[in-house]
Design a binder for this molecule. Sequence first.
Ligand code: AMP
Length: 122
Amino acid sequence: MSETIFTKIISREIPADIIYEDDMALAFKDINPQAPVHFLVIPKKPIATINDISEDDRLVVGHLSFVAAKLATEMGFAEEGYRTVMNCNEFGGQTVYHIHLHVLAKKLMGWPPYTNKAKALE
Ligand code: AMP
């Protein structure tokens, strides 16, 4: 498994604004926020993409959503709502190959999520 910027955040080789940590997961603020609140919940185990999730990983991957909801409640935006996203590979817009759950809040989200550029490629 190759190192990514996120494995270096887990090992504290590079700094991040960490907001939560437990034995399975870490959450930190996104460096390029797309909403007033934007943080990432990642597993400590490096899993490159959603496609690489094994049966043994199901607990840890489910835990990412649990942590997202726990933090949403603690940060006071659970009831008004928020967006969670996990991008996969090129067409999903993934840039860091260590799975991560984006949590975006305090901004009214639209749907569908694709850009006009993506729509034009159809
Ligand atoms: P994705 O495009 O779904 O792979 O998302 C990767 C996310 O990681 C992007 O939203 C980046 O802004 C974010 N990111 C990249 N490097 C860092 C970093 N050092 N600290 C915090 N967030 C980062």
